[in-house]
Design a protein around this ligand. Structure first.
Ligand SMILES: NC(=O)c1ccc[n+]([C@@H]2O[C@H](COP(=O)([O-])OP(=O)(O)OC[C@H]3O[C@@H](n4cnc5c(N)ncnc54)[C@H](OP(=O)(O)O)[C@@H]3O)[C@@H](O)[C@H]2O)c1
Length: 312
């Protein structure tokens, strides 16, 4: 059991000398009105980490929600850890700075706490976020490597407008390659992870190298097979008098991961912030007793986002 069982206030040290809240709120919500309302509710409930991306098309709503909450004076900009991401169509180094500046403008911010390369796949540059050929196949851009794009993010760090940089949707080999070559090492690796996809090798690599491992889809994205209905998880929830979601979020933090969860439902947003530690034997029971292995989002294989409906 951690020193404090109040996991919702847990932070993890970052390699830039600051810290990141372990419990984060994701804003991949298709409806813009719901995104703004959920972001405000999350901040009011106590979440102090917001995750968005150019590709989600939610930066503007997240920016408006933050502005309204900050203007009320109860939460300050510097109390919130804001993450956004560079999309695949902006991997060419000369496109990175303008893409980053547009994200800041939509967010109404003058810096972000963490800027991620959304996926390791470069797509044909341009305004079309989902470039396809006549047969419907994605058009990739072979002229740029992940390291070229990483160097451009290092340049942003030098200018001081993002406090940390990191990778998303990478495998262990890709994370290692960038870590070894980088002048500024990745602060965070952000990937799908939950008991059906524990990613122990990547988590342990991150721990050894001072990188924060941040899990998305911590509740399994409400996809089938439903992690929230897994019998190991529901039995522990009944035993420790918590909800299955609270058990899954506690498991993630107690094994040393940061995480992102999302909801557009106010009661669930509050439930998901109300996370406290579960007994060590319950952590072990999930680690050892959940045998299913499922990846819900195939973005790591193609760069095509699995949770964003086509046509968006
Ligand atoms: N880098 C990437 O490629 C990538 C990909 C995917 C996601 N992400 C990030 O990770 C964030 C989280 O991912 P995710 O959306 O898959 O998270 P998730 O928390 O695993 O799944 C969200 C789903 O779970 C439901 N839910 C939330 N809390 C619940 C609760 N207490 N009880 C029952 N159901 C609950 C939500 O329903 P309601 O909304 O209906 O309440 C929603 O359908 C995203 O918002 C995004 O910021 C990054």
């Amino acid at each position: 059991m951690p020193a404090t069982d109040n996991l919702r206030s847990t932070t993890m040290p970052l390699n830039n000398g600051s810290a990141i809240p372990a419990l984060g709120f994701g804003t991949l919500i298709p409806d813009p009105v719901a995104t703004k309302a959920a972001t405000k509710t999350a901040l009011q409930a106590g979440f102090r980490l917001l995750d968005t991306a150019e590709r989600y098309r939610t930066e503007r709503e997240v920016g408006e929600a933050m502005r309204e909450v900050f203007d009320r004076g109860t939460v300050k900009r510097e109390d919130v850890f804001v993450i956004t991401k560079l999309w695949n169509t902006n991997h060419r180094p000369q496109r990175v700075k303008p893409a980053f500046a547009s994200s800041l403008e939509r967010l109404q911010l003058d810096y972000v706490d963490l800027y991620l390369i959304h996926t390791p796949f470069a797509f044909q540059p341009g305004d079309e976020q989902d470039p396809r050929d006549a047969s419907g196949a994605v058009i990739y851009d072979k002229s740029v490597t992940l390291l070229d794009t990483w160097r451009a993010l290092e340049g942003l760090m030098d200018e001081g407008r993002c406090k940390a940089i990191g990778l998303s949707d990478v495998n262990l080999q890709q994370a290692k390659a960038i870590f070894d070559a980088a002048r500024i090492k990745p602060a965070v690796v952000h990937v799908e992870s939950h008991p059906y996809l524990p990613e122990w090798d990547l988590l342990n690599y991150c721990k050894r190298n001072g990188i924060v491992f941040q899990a998305f889809a911590a509740l399994g994205h409400s996809s089938e097979p439903r992690l929230l209905d897994d019998p190991v998880v529901t039995a522990i929830a009944a035993r420790v008098d918590k909800t299955p979601a609270q058990v899954l979020l506690a498991w993630a933090i107690q094994r040393g991961s940061a995480l992102l969860t999302t909801s557009k439902t106010p009661a669930r947003i509050k439930e998901n912030f109300d996370v406290s530690a579960i007994p060590d034997d319950a952590v072990r029971e999930i680690t050892e007793g959940v045998k299913s292995r499922v990846r819900f989002n195939a973005v790591v294989e193609t760069g095509i986002p699995g949770f964003i409906p086509r046509g968006n």
